[in-house]
Design a binder for this molecule. Structure first.
Ligand code: COA
Length: 251
């Protein structure tokens, strides 16, 4: 497992890389724990000013590991997935994400907590929670409608429609589309921020994201509902259908 999250510090920048390409970077409880721990340490480490989040092999993340969720559903809010959501939504320093290929579920919703998101033209975002018998997480039920309005949020959270990099740019979910070397651009931006006066940067982030209490309350509310949904018959059928590569049947 140690290699499935790569945490590489370099000066004032910590790079976090999802590194499980054989499962399209699906995130297990152990990976959530590693991410949560790395973010907590980075928040407390005075040397770190910026954290970057990357996928690999042309994929950002296929979201929660459905097998892991099925076998050991996180039924209380101390579980690694919820520790990660709390850590990322309260992270006081700058988060820069670089997205190539699929960003499914939490692969998209974690971006709502990143300060700058660069996307390759191949990036494809989706939040198929309802199709899986689940509910939105990471305060996406609050932040997405705030960002794009309830009608468009319904299109992506209820209908589960995927959207591409151009749409994400129009929505304001991503900062820029990068043609060429995405990771080099992520590094450049991280270095530029790391060179700025750190206190001014931190205070500005806090001002931009001034609704932290409301966001944390929604993360918690969704987490309780999400945990309940994981053991529902609807989720059991949806997960089984995914692994059996068939259409689900909800009766
Ligand atoms: N959880 C567990 N395993 C996953 C996974 C996930 N979220 N996403 C992919 N995998 C596994 C597949 O089961 C497959 O495993 P196998 O090789 O042992 O059969 C492997 O990763 C490759 O996935 P595959 O579906 O064959 O790749 P693809 O390129 O055809 O499609 C995705 C990529 C991301 C579009 C597709 O895998 C997908 O839709 N995944 C599920 C996304 C999802 O619903 N996430 C949960 C959101 S809450």
């Amino acid at each position: 497992m140690a290699d499935e999250i790569l945490a590489t510090p370099s000066g004032a920048i910590l790079e976090l890389r999802l590194n499980r390409p054989e499962k399209k970077n699906a995130i297990t409880a152990a990976m959530y724990a590693a991410l949560a721990d790395a973010l907590t340490e980075a928040a407390n480490d005075p040397r770190i000013r910026v954290v970057t989040i990357l996928g690999r092999d042309g994929i950002f993340s296929s979201g929660n590991d459905l097998r892991d969720f099925q076998q050991s559903p996180p039924l209380d809010t101390n579980q690694p997935v919820f520790r990660f959501l709390s850590a990322i939504s309260n992270f006081p320093k700058i988060l820069v994400a670089g997205v190539e290929g699929a960003a499914v579920g939490v692969g998209t919703t974690m971006l709502l907590h990143c300060d700058l998101v660069l996307a390759a033209p191949s990036a494809m975002f989706s939040m198929p929670f309802v199709d899986l018998g689940l509910v939105p997480e990471a305060a996406s039920s609050l932040l997405l409608p705030q960002l794009i309005g309830p009608q468009r949020a319904a299109k992506h959270l209820l209908l589960g429609d995927p959207f591409d990099a151009e749409t994400a740019l129009r929505y304001g979910l991503v900062t820029d589309i990068v043609i060429g070397d995405l990771e080099a651009r992520v590094r450049n931006i991280a270095e530029a921020i790391a060179a700025k006066p750190p206190e001014a940067v931190r205070i500005t982030k806090r001002l931009i994201r001034s609704n932290q209490a409301e966001v944390q309350a929604r993360v918690d509310e969704e987490a309780a509902l999400f945990a309940g949904r994981l053991t529902s018959a609807e989720a059991a059928e949806a997960f089984a259908a995914f692994f059996e590569r068939r259409a689900p049947n909800f009766g």
